[in-house]
Design a protein. Structure first.
Length: 125
């Protein structure tokens, strides 16, 4: 196998499935043996390297919506690599924020014959 292969970008497409639950990515990489395909997926990107004869298919896709890389599935058939990976729930890592209540002190205070503004006290709920 040649050491210095020409690197080319494969034809590719990425789209959400019909239910908008999964991202589907397809790469056309004809001639690449299955055991040489290097596919890596992060929450925000897909990376591909696939040597084929005298060329190497390479691609890096930035994703607009986070996915669950540990749930990804890939099938390679007739030169087409098809990847399905579920979208990550946007609230999955959400942190509940405690809310502090603010209660106004409504007692009227006189300062030198003038009624003063009420004061505000901060208390934890």
């Amino acid at each position: 196998m040649p050491e210095n292969r020409m690197r080319v970008a494969p034809n590719s497409v990425a789209y959400a499935d019909e239910e908008n639950l999964k991202l589907v990515v397809e790469f056309a990489i004809p001639g690449a043996p299955t055991d040489t395909i290097d596919l890596k997926i992060l929450e925000d990107s897909v990376h591909l390297s696939a040597p084929a004869r005298d060329i190497e298919y390479v691609a890096a896709l930035a994703l607009a919506w986070p996915v669950k890389p540990d749930k990804a599935e890939a099938i390679y058939e007739n030169g087409l690599l098809r990847i399905e990976v579920p979208f990550k729930d946007p609230m999955e890592d959400a942190v509940k924020v405690p809310i502090n209540a603010v209660i106004a002190d409504t007692t009227i205070k006189k300062i030198k014959g003038v009624i003063a503004d009420t004061t505000i006290k901060k208390i934890k709920a």
